[in-house]
Design a protein around this ligand. Structure first.
Ligand SMILES: Nc1ncnc2c1ncn2[C@@H]1O[C@H](COP(=O)(O)OP(=O)(O)OP(=O)(O)O)[C@@H](O)[C@H]1O
Length: 620
């Protein structure tokens, strides 16, 4: 294996890293990298992976484990590393979500879980309904309370707070609910939330020193992305797995983007981690993403956070006066939808933007803030959709396999063909460069003909389901479960099949039975993404349009100003060149901007936001 001396190593793709970033990339100790939006935190992790693998600082055959929150973030990082340092080296880089990491431990070492805590069967993922029912069966929640959101939230966090083993005399209801969910007393199968799976994984590692040892021997380096959002159960797992080990941990994050405290993010995570793992801290000062004027806008928010502000530098690719921000005032959400749709149409028809370059962001409810805009865009023949519904689905390995296989069944597509051949070779344990690959390819071609025939004969929704089954049968369910270990336990494959069947069938009808267009639409091509701020984390767009800068969108601003300000900060920091904010005087009643006055104060302080009042002059 070729090895680059550490002194000769240069960042991949000729990227220039600021001094602190380069130090963090080459760090030999546990480290925290704190940096604002667009500073290149994700890029830094990709470069560090290249450094460790290319210089063999991650000594062969040891591996790197990268843990993110969202499936798309984990997948993007995996792809970035593969692109930067090639297929062979990147085989020693494993990027997954916290949920997938915990679940893979529970699934792989299922029988090592002590009997009392072992799920009774293949388990499903529990939702709020399951949790309520479990507490109810345990005698602690009345069905009449079921519709109370606050109760739901508390039950979910009680379940998450409960660390194993039993018993905790102080919380018998939760202990009983745990047992009900674990042993499938509600349904034939056990139902677990991801926080329960994470607690189970921690308990498994705590009670099995050999598994812990093998984990530490496998992974010499651990990356933790978006560290500011780490919850207590997640930190417990990381700590149990790697505390006092020889593995080196690198955590990257930004306190200004901490928007998951409501979901249990640990507020003192950086200081606790720094103490437990004796970290060296690095701080980055570049923003590679946003134009200078938008950086000015972001800076106006810095004083709102409990963090020492640093002087952010912009990329040299911009001119000083690049970047624009607009604040629109509308009479009603109908006027808002029509005007914003026209603005989007102008961007697209001028040729400066593809639909995917524009992102519509909403604080919470897409039906309330986005539906009218979707209809107004539809009238202009512009597709827009709630991207959050597709984001995770489209990153599922099995979904990627389905889509690629379907796509090469109907027309040539070199990258999809290569993907399917590579996966098939892996499943059949055949070297892609050996002569046996020809047999495998002709087997795949026969199968594709069969699928193409079935696609041509789709009449009912069931036909779509059958095609997905056909594909699973061809690769074989056991091979899928071996290569994509996340499907090893639980009936997740069945759930995915149902969701995919519905999406494909609906789009097939919408596209007048054109299966090629069906796939194109499913992938969100030529479509304006609409999503909540939480779904936009880590993403970036040429233009961002934030709908509804109003009190009711930030309904708990007064109680929780910091997290709400952080949410707004995440939204505005997704934009590369332009951002629009809207305020509508009428949206299901009169809207105000009194409680969120501080957000407006910051926009004003920046001195760059242009106000456009669209209300008819008689009602101003
Ligand atoms: N050293 C660099 N030189 C040039 N461009 C870079 C560099 N590092 C990152 N970028 C680019 O800047 C943008 C932001 O990078 P990245 O997504 O890694 O930032 P981040 O710190 O993770 O952002 P956020 O926290 O806002 O999600 C991306 O388009 C990335 O390709």
């Amino acid at each position: 294996m070729k090895k680059t001396p550490t002194t000769d190593w240069l960042p991949a793709d000729n990227l220039i890293l600021e001094t602190e970033a380069l130090r963090a990339v080459k760090s030999e100790t546990n480290a925290i990298v704190i940096a604002g939006p667009g500073a290149g935190k994700t890029e830094l992790l990709a470069q560090r992976a290249c450094f460790l693998l290319e210089t063999n600082s991650c000594i062969f055959p040891k591996k790197i484990l990268a843990i993110s929150f969202k499936k798309d973030a984990a997948k993007n990082l995996q792809e970035r590393v593969e692109k930067r340092c090639g297929k062979e080296l990147s085989q020693r880089f494993r990027s997954m979500t916290y949920d997938a990491f915990a679940k893979s431990l529970v699934d792989r070492f299922f029988l090592a879980i002590p009997e009392l805590y072992r799920p009774n069967s293949l388990y499903d993922i529990a939702d709020d309904n399951d949790i309520r029912k479990a507490y109810n069966l345990a005698g602690f929640v009345k069905p009449s309370d079921w519709r109370n959101n606050e109760i739901n939230k508390n039950l979910r966090s009680d379940i998450a707070r409960y660390s194993l083993p039993f018993p905790h005399d102080t919380d018998l209801p939760t202990e009983r609910a745990w047992q009900i969910l674990l042993k499938g007393e509600l349904t034939p199968t056990a139902r677990l939330t991801f926080s329960m799976i994470t607690r189970l994984a921690s308990y498994l590692i705590r009670t099995n020193p050999l598994i812990k040892r093998s984990l530490q021997l496998t992974y010499s380096h651990i990356f933790l992305d978006e560290f500011q959002d780490t919850t207590e159960p997640q930190y417990e797992l990381i700590n149990i797995c790697f505390h006092k080990s020889k593995s080196t941990l690198t955590a990257v994050g930004d306190l200004k983007q901490r928007i998951m405290v409501w979901a249990g993010a640990k507020k003192d995570i950086f200081s606790v981690f720094a103490k437990d793992f004796a970290t060296i801290n690095y701080s980055l000062s570049m923003n590679h993403r946003s134009a200078p004027k938008l950086i000015k806008l972001q800076k106006a928010f810095f004083s709102r956070f409990d963090e020492t502000p640093i002087d952010i530098k912009t990329s040299e690719k911009w001119d000083d006066d690049d970047g624009e921000a607009f604040y629109h005032i509308f009479e009603s959400d109908v006027q808002e939808a029509n005007t914003i749709a026209e603005i989007i149409e102008r961007y697209i028809s001028k040729g400066t933007h593809n639909p995917e370059d524009i992102c519509v962001l909403i604080k919470q409810s897409i039906p309330r803030y986005g539906e009218k805009l979707i209809s107004a865009l539809d009238k202009l023949n512009i597709k827009a959709r709630n991207e959050g519904e597709y984001q995770d689905l489209l990153k599922e390995e099995l979904v990627v396999l389905w889509i690629n296989t379907l796509s090469i069944s109907i027309k040539k597509n070199a990258s999809a063909w290569k993907y399917c051949c590579d996966v098939l070779a892996k499943m059949r344990i055949i070297d892609p460069d050996s002569i046996h690959i020809n047999e495998l390819q002709s087997e795949l071609k026969d199968h594709l003909n069969n699928i193409a025939y079935n696609i041509e004969n789709i009449r009912y929704k069931q036909d779509v389901r059958d095609i997905l089954d056909l594909i699973v049968d061809f690769y074989s369910i056991s091979a899928i479960q071996t290569v994509f270990t996340q499907y090893a336990r639980s009936n997740y494959i069945e759930q995915l099949k149902e969701v995919m069947t519905s999406h494909l069938w609906n789009k097939y009808l919408q596209t007048s039975n054109d299966f090629d267009k069906t796939l194109y639409d499913l992938l969100g091509k030529d479509t304006v993404p609409i999503m909540t701020i939480h779904k936009s984390k880590g993403l970036e767009y040429k233009t961002v349009i934030f709908i509804g800068l109003e009190d009711s969108a930030f309904f708990d601003f007064t109680r929780n100003p910091e997290e709400n300000t952080a949410a707004f900060f995440v939204a505005l920091s997704r934009a590369k060149e332009t951002i629009h904010f809207t305020f509508s005087k009428q949206r299901d009643g009169i809207q105000n901007r009194r409680n969120i006055n501080d957000l407006y104060a910051a926009l004003n302080e920046s001195g760059i936001v242009k106000e456009i009042d669209h209300t008819p002059s008689e009602s101003k």
